[in-house]
Design a protein around this ligand. Structure first.
Ligand code: MG
Ligand code: ZN
Length: 374
């Protein structure tokens, strides 16, 4: 009797273990319905660290558990620019610096917005730069050069984007070729607002919605942009989620990069905190929704930024580091080659752990969403 019992227990235990093994395997990849990709242009680990030292309230980066690192070199350069960097995310391939949505041989490549749209997924982009700037442009345009702003602008009305918000009004109504893109917007069912973000109630009946709220870039956060980034991102989520099929949204804190180029620490920290507030709003939504994958990353680091110890001079003129205080310093006016952190939350987020190429962001999104399956 004793032997039978222990045999029985043993078998039960084995069965339980087996069951657990099988169910784990089945649930290995979780499939999100929505994807929100938040890009903070030019943001490395020291930039993010600055939020932990200089933000007065809780830092939203701390809410992520699945974290990775990306290698950001472009096809021809060790150090990428934002065109090649964003094209790696939007099209999943390495291309040359300055390229927008084209391969290394300059041929146009299908981007994630086009792929998702073909599956009836709603798509949107938000940026604090002009909407024609390299990062947002890589999600709807195809051009050999980021400098071809008129060519890039001409492609937005014809794109499959459903919602956009940013600056860049001048590229749509007063461009050099004297072309006017308003009729193209109307023809393609876009409602465009050039005054201010509106409430969802005002736009919910529109098929497609665009906001062009500055002549070129949006103002700096410190110069009156207010909570545009988090508000436009929240409005985009509301607008894109009115269809039940799912959505893809790319939202960019564009000016962290510009602060790095200027070696302006105050500008950098204020833009970074604005971006972190946006992360908070997006995570609040994703936590409630439960079907949204959130990815936060950057195309590259700008400024060779570091949190160094404050430098002081001794009486004899020699320099020493005072470890009691942080001094924000820069080592370049350009970009750097440092690995860039990736933060992921929600279904599919475990896929983003590890060290991999920037192009994998695209492939991992398609793997977990299955939007690329024909
Ligand atoms: Mg950018
Ligand atoms: Zn830059």
């Amino acid at each position: 009797m004793k032997i039978t019992t222990s045999l029985f227990l043993g078998c039960t235990l084995l069965t339980l273990l087996n069951c657990k093994g099988i169910s784990n395997e089945k649930n290995e990849i979780e499939h999100p319905k929505n994807v929100i990709l938040l890009i903070s242009d030019g943001t490395g680990l020291s930039h993010i660290s600055a939020a932990f030292y200089f933000k007065d309230s809780a830092v939203n980066y701390a809410r992520f558990q699945n974290i990775g690192l990306i290698k950001t070199a472009s096809s021809r350069q060790a150090i990428t620019d934002s065109g090649a960097g964003a094209t790696a995310f939007s099209c999943g391939l390495k291309t040359f610096n300055g390229a927008i949505g084209v391969a290394d041989d300059a041929t146009p490549v299908e981007n994630i917005v086009e792929i998702a749209s073909s599956k009836n997924i709603q798509t949107g982009i938000v940026a604090t730069s002009s909407i024609t700037h390299a990062t947002p442009a890589s999600f709807y345009a195809h051009s050999k050069s980021r400098e071809n702003t008129e060519e890039i602008a001409s492609q937005l009305p014809h794109s499959t984007i459903d919602f956009f918000a940013g600056g860049g009004l001048q590229f749509f109504n007063q461009n050099k070729g004297n072309r006017n893109f308003w009729s193209a917007f109307t023809k393609n069912q876009f409602e465009i607002d050039t005054i201010a973000l509106t409430d969802f109630e005002h736009i919910k009946a529109h098929k497609k919605q665009g906001y062009l709220l500055a002549k070129d870039a949006m103002p700096k956060f410190s110069e009156g942009r207010g909570n545009f980034l988090s508000k436009a991102t929240a409005l985009a989520i509301q607008f894109l989620s009115k269809e039940a099929s799912g959505f893809f949204l790319m939202s960019e804190g564009s000016q962290i990069d510009w602060a790095g180029h200027e070696n302006n620490a105050e500008y950098l920290v204020s833009e970074l905190i604005d971006f972190d507030q946006t992360i908070g709003k997006v995570l609040d939504y994703a936590e409630k929704d439960g079907e949204t994958l959130v990815i936060v990353t950057s195309d590259h680091e700008t400024g060779g930024f570091a949190l160094a110890a404050e430098k002081h001079l001794r009486k004899d003129g020699t320099e020493y580091s005072d470890y009691r205080d942080i001094e924000m310093v820069f080592s370049t006016k350009g970009h750097s080659a440092t690995l860039i952190p990736v933060f992921a939350y929600g279904p599919g987020s475990k896929e983003f752990i590890g060290i991999y190429e920037n192009t994998e962001i695209f492939h991992k999104i398609l793997k977990v969403t299955q939007w690329g399956n024909r």
